[in-house]
Design a protein around this ligand. Structure first.
Ligand code: BES
Ligand code: MN
Ligand code: ZN
Length: 498
């Protein structure tokens, strides 16, 4: 499926399916009116009869008759004119894309006349492309039987825009939206893959492959090198695993030799809990415990594809967290790269251990800002559910930038506190700090642990444990791993480039 922008009117298109937007006020814009005329006024008649309301997301399928080249017309309800936001467009078109696939729509000509007027053609094009690319995502590569996969595929999609100037603007948005959507889908692919097929070695190979395709730098720090760098916190998590740990570093230089923004992602390819073993029920979900790593790898890939004028380093400390004869045990003391000693009271609080060295490494590279992304605490899902990512941030300006980026992406965030009083919960009797703070405020004490390694660098920690997956298809989201917050990371870096 390709998405392109074409000039001329929608009635001139040769696609199998023509889609027009109709708002709730029932007034047809020129493109919808042209299609209505070709259909002998059926659309206007249906509106008058109350059979078609224009409510947002309403989908009405009509036969196209003889005067159009299309075989069918789809009328897409666009809601109230003042309610047309980029996020509303994404939600509508994400849902529509799956409806089109189910109805075997073939090639599609889509007029975004209402949306492109309410927003602007670039934003409408970006939102539409993102939604179609993300909405049609499926992870079905392990279904070997035909009947377990979608029966149809959507053909090429042409966004129709009559004015050449606006079509060019829309085309720019589409190009960006396709990259945002495809890179989100890359993160989904990496995270959806089960842990036997997405070991640290395989994540590293995928990162290297992407880097080679995009001409960016990729370094894999192997165990021996990590030992030399004194990454004892990260390595302690790998102790029980037969899989070699891989500390992935991707570097994109879009702005010469200045200091980079660092994106650090938790890369636990499977989290059993280690010696502090998790219960069997639902443990399979922990194949997604490398969603943070997947997000930062995907995001830096997008920035390279968009040739953003910004320097970024993506850091993904990857390992399994396994029990075993050589595994780290509760009570063990380990040392992070920056010399901090850590009492490991619970081996299931492993995310903060790998991030400690990820963050310390980012600092050693001179990062001007650090964003870390992690499926860090079950408590985060309890607090905010599957709707908002909890953000812990030590700098108001950075927080504002994260909020703006998240808003542009349509990925919801909520600021969480970092009061000094919470530090008491992670004081250790035998080391500088311990890796659990007990049940109260579990997400906050995890963030407070990370803060120790950040120092004064502007920093935002994304705890995505609640939002890492979706239970059902809805808008741009599809059941399975979400790829949240890839687009927020991209927008954050793009805004810095401006
Ligand atoms: N990966 C888990 C957190 C998680 C749980 C993510 C559920 C997504 C869904 C993390 O490593 C973990 O086990 N955290 C512990 C911390 C505790 C031992 C302090 C938790 O949340 O229970
Ligand atoms: Mn854990
Ligand atoms: Zn974990």
């Amino acid at each position: 499926m390709k998405i392109t922008v074409a000039g001329g009117g929608i009635t001139a298109q040769t696609a199998d399916t023509a889609v027009i937007e109709v708002t709730e006020d029932g007034r047809l814009a020129s493109e919808a009116a042209a299609v209505d005329a070709a259909l002998g006024g059926v659309v206007a008649q249906m509106i008058a009869d109350g059979l078609l309301t224009g409510r947002s997301g309403e989908v009405t399928v009509l036969p196209a008759g003889r005067r159009l080249k299309a075989k069918r017309v789809v009328v897409l309800g666009t809601g109230k004119r003042e309610g047309v936001t980029a996020d509303a467009v994404r939600t509508r078109l994400g849902n529509l894309s799956r409806r089109l696939r189910d109805m075997n729509a073939g090639t599609v000509a889509l007029s975004l006349q209402e949306s492109a007027t309410a927003l602007d053609p670039t934003d409408a094009g970006r939102a539409a492309a993102e939604a179609i690319v993300m909405g049609l995502y499926r992870f079905d590569r392990h279904h070997t039987r035909e009947q377990d996969r979608p029966r149809h595929a959507v053909g090429d999609v042409t966004l129709v825009e009559t004015s050449t100037r606006r079509a060019n603007a829309m085309q720019r948005g589409v190009a960006e939206g396709v990259v945002l959507g495809e890179q989100t889908n890359l993160a989904r692919d990496l995270a959806n893959e089960p842990s036997n097929l997405m070991t640290p070695t395989i994540v590293a190979a995928r990162a290297q492959q992407m880097a080679a395709e995009l001409g960016i730098e990729c370094t894999i720090i192997e165990r021996a090198e990590a030992e030399r760098l004194k990454m004892g916190s990260y390595l302690s998590v790998a102790n029980g695993s037969a899989q070699p740990p891989k500390f992935i570093v991707l570097t994109y230089k879009g702005a010469g030799n200045g200091r980079p923004i660092a994106l650090v992602g938790k890369g636990i390819t499977f989290d059993t809990g280690g010696i502090s073993l998790k219960p069997a029920e639902g443990m399979d979900a922990m194949k997604g415990d490398m969603s943070g790593a997947a997000s930062v790898i995907a995001a830096i890939g997008a920035l390279a594809r968009l040739q953003a004028r910004v320097n970024v380093i993506a850091i993904a400390p990857c390992t399994e967290n396994m029990p075993g004869g050589t595994a780290t045990k509760p009570g063990d003391v380990v040392y992070a790269m920056d010399g901090t000693s850590i009492e490991v009271l619970n081996t299931d609080a492993e995310g903060r251990l790998v991030l400690a060295d990820g963050i310390a490494y980012a600092k050693s590279k001179g990062a001007t800002a650090i964003l870390d992304v992690a499926t860090l605490t079950g408590a985060m899902g309890v607090a905010l559910g599957g709707v908002r990512t909890g953000i812990f941030c030590n700098d108001d300006r950075t927080m504002t930038q994260v909020e703006r980026a998240a808003e542009a992406a349509g990925e919801k965030v909520w600021r969480m506190p970092l009061d000094a009083e919470y530090d008491d919960q992670i004081k250790s009797d035998v080391a500088d700090i311990k890796n659990t703070g007990g049940r109260p405020a579990g997400s906050i004490t995890a963030a407070k642990f990370l803060e120790r390694f950040v120092g004064t660098t502007p920093w935002a920690h994304f705890d995505i444990a609640g939002v890492m997956s979706k239970p059902a298809d809805s808008g741009v989201w599809v059941k399975g791993m979400s790829g949240n917050p890839v687009r927020t990371l991209i927008h954050f870096a793009l805004n810095r480039a401006r």
